[in-house]
Write a protein that binds this ligand. Sequence first.
Ligand code: NAD
Ligand code: GLY
Length: 360
Amino acid sequence: MNTLQVDLGDRSYPIYIEAGLLNQADWVRKHIRAQQVLVLTNETVAPLYLATLMSHLEGYSAETVVLPDGEQYKTLDYLNRIFDQLLSKKFSRNATLIALGGGVIGDMGGFAAACYQRGIVFIQIPTTLLAQVDSSVGGKTGVNHPLGKNMIGAFYQPQSVIIDTDVLDTLPDRELSAGLAEVIKYGLIRDPDFFMWLEDNIDKLLARDKPALSFAIERSCRNKAEVVAADELEADVRATLNLGHTFGHAIETGSGYGYYLHGEAVAIGTCQAADLSVRLGWLKESERDRIIALFQKANLPVLPPESMDSDRFIELMAVDKKNLDGKVRLILLKKIGEATLPVSVEKELLEMTLKTYGRE
Ligand code: NAD
Ligand code: GLY
């Protein structure tokens, strides 16, 4: 068993990574504290993995909530369905909520667990690459608002993260690529050797080579765990995990949630951030081109949508949790392997990237 630790004092927790883990009852039961268990999943993941998980919960009072599948359901309205079930089945505050699914289910499950009776036990079983390498670790939970992505939420750490790499066998290729966007992010912000490894091994990852995928998941989780342990509440270095996300969230909101996958929007946004970093004289042009090439090789989009002009980007980027005093603040790159903390950028320079990158 490959076990990593997220070191957060008395809220520390393990990340278990292994092929076939979902078939082993012990790892699931280990962190359940009492009889009542609610499993949250969606209509796509339920037919694939819910029965296996429920078979480990025989003897518990286990209930399920199966939400429709999609980012467009990551809302307060659908969150209420979880509370409806918890309340109607009279769940107490020692109950456990297990999120079985991708980042949407993990973020919603975590937020529901944080809010229900001011906090119940929460376990993450991430089933997408993106959720395994990023969203299941670190305790960011929440839902979207029509005016901004992930704007309603809470920091709430799970008791454990259970990563079964075999569940990626059923993940569509497009979703696998979307997860790779966040994997590449770790190389860009703090792990240049990993970035070079990704340049050399991206074809293996796309071909779902198991040792390569396991290595990339573990290395990503290690990077994420170190950053979260250093700065749980994003006062400082954790913000670097948002490389490309301010542009990306604007693209997701501007195109309507669900049109671009989160990882796809992040890939485009990271290329925009790289372009802006070149304009500031930090990143070399050759490095920006390597970044764009790696995203392209990972079958990810690298150009912003034609439907979004510079004014629309700026309007949407004004709604971002990194902004202070109404000023847009961005994570940019000094070089491959080193990100800046949030920086305010002159509007004219930002507009240069928004008007020219991918528009010529
Ligand atoms: P997702 O949860 O929508 O899952 C993607 C798709 O894959 C869905 O259709 C889902 O049903 C399907 N799926 C899941 N597991 C599967 C499997 N094993 N086999 C087949 N299909 C499967 O999307 P995502 O990319 O996992 O997560 C994106 C969300 O995560 C966004 O809402 C984003 O804001 C959030 N996010 C949160 C954090 C965080 O730190 N909390 C970090 C990054 C992203
Ligand atoms: N995904 C960004 C973070 O966890 O901080």
